[in-house]
Design a binder for this molecule. Structure first.
Ligand code: AP5
Length: 187
C-alpha cells in the first residue's frame, strides 16, 4: 500500500505517518526529515537546502527529487510507503507519478488532514517551545502557510482528478485521528 499524506504545516502528517509505520508497517518517507538529516550531517546537499528551509520556502525540486529517488532505491519499500511532505507542488506530483509508474508501485490514496488554521498555529507554537525547530518561528510559520496555500494546495486538486483524495478531520486526539486515517486508507 502506498499513500500520500497531504496537509498544512502542523496538520499532523509526521505524527500520523509514525503511527502508520508502527501499526501498518508502512515505510515513512518524510522529505523534511531527510533534509534535516542532510543538514545535521553537514552534507553539501544539506547546506544547499538550509537557506530555503530557514525561510520556510521550498527547497529546489531537483534536490528533493534526488533524495527521494535514492530513498526509493532501498530494498525496504516493497512493504508499503507513506509519503509525508512530498509532493509539495504540481511538478513534484508529476515526478512522483512517473517514478512510481517506473517502479510499478502506484499510489492507492492521498489522505488530506484537514485542520483549521488556529489549531495549526497553536500546535506549531507549542512545538517551538518544546523542541525549538528552527523553522517554527512566527515569521517562518507564516511563510510556510503561504507557501502551502500557493503551491501545495493545487496538489489536492491533482489527486482529486485521479480520484485518490480522502479528506479526514485532523482535530482531536492522536488516536481519534488515526482511526479516521486508517479507515480512509484501509476502507
Ligand atoms: P516538513 O518537515 O515537511 O514540515 P511541514 O510540512 O511544515 O510539516 P510539519 O512537520 O511542521 O507538520 P506535520 O504536518 O508533519 O505535523 P506534525 O505531525 O509534525 O518541511 C520542512 C521544510 O523542509 C519545508 O518548509 C521546506 O523548506 C523543506 N521541504 C520538505 N519537503 C519538501 C519538498 N517536498 N519540497 C521542497 N522542500 C521541502 O505535528 C506538528 C505538531 O503538532 C507536533 O508538535 C505534534 O506533536 C503536534 N500534534 C500532532 N497531532 C496533534 C494532535 N492531534 N493534537 C495535538 N497536537 C498534535
Amino acid at each position: 500500500m502506498r499513500i500520500v499524506l497531504l496537509g498544512a504545516p502542523g496538520s499532523g502528517k509526521g505524527t500520523q505517518a509514525t503511527l502508520l509505520r508502527e501499526r501498518l508497517k508502512l515505510v515513512h518517507i518524510s522529505t523534511g526529515d531527510l533534509l534535516r538529516q542532510a543538514r545535521t550531517e553537514g552534507s553539501a546537499l544539506g547546506l544547499q537546502a538550509q537557506a530555503a528551509m530557514d525561510r520556510g520556502e521550498l527547497v529546489s525540486d531537483d534536490i528533493v527529487l534526488g533524495m527521494l529517488e535514492h530513498r526509493l532505491s532501498q530494498p525496504d519499500i516493497g512493504a508499503g510507503i507513506t509519503f509525508d511532505g512530498y509532493p509539495r507542488n504540481i511538478a513534484q506530483a508529476d515526478a512522483l507519478h512517473a517514478l512510481l509508474a517506473k517502479l510499478k508501485l502506484p499510489l492507492q490514496c492521498a489522505v488530506l488532514l484537514d485542520v483549521p488554521e488556529a489549531t495549526l498555529l497553536s500546535r506549531l507554537a507549542d512545538r517551538a517551545k518544546k523542541e525549538g525547530r528552527v523553522d517554527d518561528t512566527p515569521e517562518t510559520i507564516k511563510n510556510r502557510l503561504k507557501v502551502y496555500h500557493d503551491q501545495t494546495e493545487p496538489v489536492v486538486g491533482y489527486y482529486q482528478n485521479l480520484g485518490l483524495v480522502r479528506k479526514v478531520r485532523g482535530e482531536g486526539t492522536l488516536e481519534e485521528i488515526y482511526a479516521r486515517v486508517a479507515a480512509a486508507v484501509i476502507g
